[in-house]
Design a protein around this ligand. Structure first.
Ligand SMILES: *Cc1c(COP(=O)(O)O)cnc(C)c1O
Length: 425
């Protein structure tokens, strides 16, 4: 049984096989960082590998593409093979490239093939805005009006999306489905298996945005027959601001010509033939466009080592679930009296890596928390997201964070702060 006590936190910390991983990160003294779902803290290893890659530029110049510890020419493919273990993919199905949004553009350009009355894109009304903007522009590029051709499944409670409603919306007018694995506000983990199966049965290609789950939750994209997926690495994978993203294309599609082609999508042995006929790679590498952003990839080399050393993504998920379970128990015990509501699903199989605390004065409370050296994030108008990170948040940190929050509420110190969000929230 979960106990909302300090003793329970101490006991869990003692039993925690991952507790020493915290030393691998730059954690500010006295600070409790609960924003790793927005930007993961810096692993010391990521700093090391970035420096090593900088050294190869220093020492090898152009030959850094083929020389040095991490030859740049193969870096995206090699890291893709490692990321494959986080998402349940075959090594050749994953490439490290682009950003979340550009990868969605690339994949929509490939998989959105309107034909006859099958012209619509199915999404949901709670997804991250960038995904929606990308889909709107893909429709416009094909000459369709997004107001008519982008179907966004409604939420009943403003927090979650009902999978059955998604499935009901998979009509014979739908040409493509794009959904988030985990909703960025409430942290709802969708039933990826069920929804993917329904899409497959109807012959509609389906792609998942894994930004809020990759690095926190294991996936089985290959076995579930997911058509494609895309995600960033700067959240739960700790690869740094603007770190290069990832994409997955199921092997059954690897003979397709990508919608947007460029020379880095070439078969690697043929790329430097410099022909005007595109000879595509036979891997997800074909979805690359131009020269990879090597210095924004380099930290990922180090970040991924830590997943391996932790014993894999299953171990991370196990701890993360135990941490959010403990945190919810503390919230129930200590915060409900102050007008908070839990916005996230409470079941393990429907919960992502963060807890969603709703409060009408969340903007003020977020500022008061920061002043107390607890870093949450705020999503207007009323959401505080708090994410204990298996790598660097201890159970004692969780207890202490909730204590500081309770004290802010009890003393009403939050009232002194303006109820507005900053430019970045
Ligand atoms: C973080 C996030 C993004 C961000 O996209 P970028 O191209 O990396 O800026 C997009 N979609 C979702 C669901 C996200 O959580």
């Amino acid at each position: 049984m979960v106990q909302p006590t300090k003793e329970y936190a101490e006991q869990l910390d003692q039993q925690d096989a991952l507790r020493d991983m915290k030393k691998e990160f730059y954690v500010q003294e006295g600070q409790i960082y609960l924003d790793g779902n927005s930007l993961g803290l810096m692993p010391k290893r990521a700093e090391d590998t970035l420096n090593e890659v900088i050294d190869s530029w220093k020492n090898f110049g152009i030959d850094g593409w083929s020389e040095g510890k991490y030859p740049w020419y193969y870096l995206s493919e090699n890291l893709g093979k490692q990321v494959a273990s986080l998402i349940g993919a075959k090594p050749e199905e994953v490439i490290v490239t682009g950003s979340t949004t550009t990868n969605l553009h690339q994949l929509a350009a490939t998989f959105y093939r309107p034909e006859g009355k099958r012209t619509k894109i199915l999404a949901d009304e709670l997804n991250f805005p960038s995904d929606i903007y990308a889909l709107q522009s893909q429709l416009l590029l094909h000459g369709y009006d997004p107001d008519e051709h982008l179907i966004q499944v409604k939420s009943d409670d403003g927090r979650t999306i009902d999978e059955d409603k998604i499935i009901e919306s998979m009509t014979d007018e739908v040409a493509l489905i794009i959904l988030p694995t985990v909703l960025y506000r409430s942290g709802q983990l969708l039933d990826i298996a069920k929804v993917t199966k329904a899409a497959n049965e109807r012959g509609i290609p389906i792609g998942w945005d894994g930004c809020h789950s990759v690095g926190a939750i294991p996936h089985h994209f290959h076995d579930l027959d997911v058509d494609f997926a895309y995600w960033c690495h700067y959240k739960y994978v700790n690869s740094g601001p603007g770190g290069v993203a990832g994409l997955f294309v199921h092997e059954k599609h690897l003979d397709k010509r990508p919608g947007l082609t460029g020379w880095f999508g070439s078969d690697k042995d043929r790329q430097f033939d410099m022909e005007h006929t595109f000879t595509k790679a036979h891997t997800a590498g074909a979805y690359q466009i131009g020269t990879p952003h090597i210095f924004s990839i380099a930290p990922l080399i180090g970040s991924l080592q830590l997943f391996e050393e932790a014993g894999g993504i299953e171990k991370i998920r196990e701890k993360s679930l135990q941490q959010t379970r403990y945190m919810m128990a503390l919230v129930e015990e200590k915060l409900m009296a102050y007008g908070f509501e839990l916005g996230n699903p409470v079941e393990d199989e429907r919960r992502g890596g963060h807890i969603c605390l709703e409060h009408p004065e969340a903007a003020k409370i977020a500022k008061a928390l920061k002043e107390q050296n607890v870093i949450p994030d705020f999503r207007a108008p009323n959401v505080l997201r708090v994410a204990p990170i298996a790598f660097y948040t201890s159970y004692a940190d969780i207890y202490e964070a909730v204590e500081r929050l309770q004290s802010i509420m009890e003393k009403e110190t939050y009232k002194a702060f303006p109820n507005e969000r900053g430019t970045i929230a």
